[in-house]
Design a protein around this ligand. Structure first.
Ligand code: GDP
Ligand code: MG
Length: 164
């Protein structure tokens, strides 16, 4: 069984863009991976020599109150079955209430899961100052990427897979 990497975060932060980059849109045959359900979008990634299953999720909204409402069921399940969680945020938006709620939830999971906070869309902006805002809610290290262009993705994966 390949390691499972879940992409979670608010809508519009770039999860599907990263998914497409990692898988180059090669959808995995879920049947080949017993234990995974069909509710979420799975792809098989072979990126920079790293092979893994990547899970795209759609459903965490940021403006509800309470972690139960904020974390949609499918995202919670994706976190549940993942070995590594990539928590994506939007560098251009700064920290939002939704980001804070997701961070709270993931903080409770950190014993079991490897969680990496990923600041996306650092292209064309001052990435250092954009990312500085996120240190207040960061879980471990913070990685800057531009999913649309691939910047930072190799370094992120290197960090994710070193401990596995
Ligand atoms: P999702 O809702 O989290 O799956 O987000 P999407 O992958 O659908 O992306 C939302 C929007 O952000 C789209 O318009 C993307 O083109 C844009 N986007 C994603 N990644 C990047 C990036 O690295 N840089 C920039 N500038 N835009 C991005
Ligand atoms: Mg999406």
């Amino acid at each position: 069984m390949l390691p499972v990497v879940a992409l979670v975060g608010r809508p519009n932060v770039g999860k599907s863009t990263l998914f497409n980059r990692l898988t180059r849109s090669r959808d995995a045959l879920v049947a080949d991976f017993p234990g995974l359900t069909r509710d979420r979008k799975y792809g098989q990634a072979n990126y920079d020599g790293y092979q893994f299953i990547v899970v795209d999720t759609g459903g965490i909204h940021g403006d509800e109150e309470g972690i139960d409402e904020v974390m949609a069921k499918q995202s919670l399940q994706a976190i549940e079955e993942a070995d590594v969680v990539l928590f994506l945020v939007d560098a251009r938006d700064g920290v939002t209430v939704g980001d804070q709620a997701i961070a709270e939830h993931l903080r409770k999971q950190q014993q079991q899961k490897k969680v990496y906070m990923v600041c996306n869309k650092i292209d064309g902006i001052d990435s250092q100052s954009a990312m500085a805002d996120f240190y207040s809610i960061a879980l471990g290290s913070l990685y800057g990427i531009a999913a649309a262009h691939g910047r930072g993705v190799e370094q992120l994966l290197e960090s994710c897979f070193k401990p596995l």
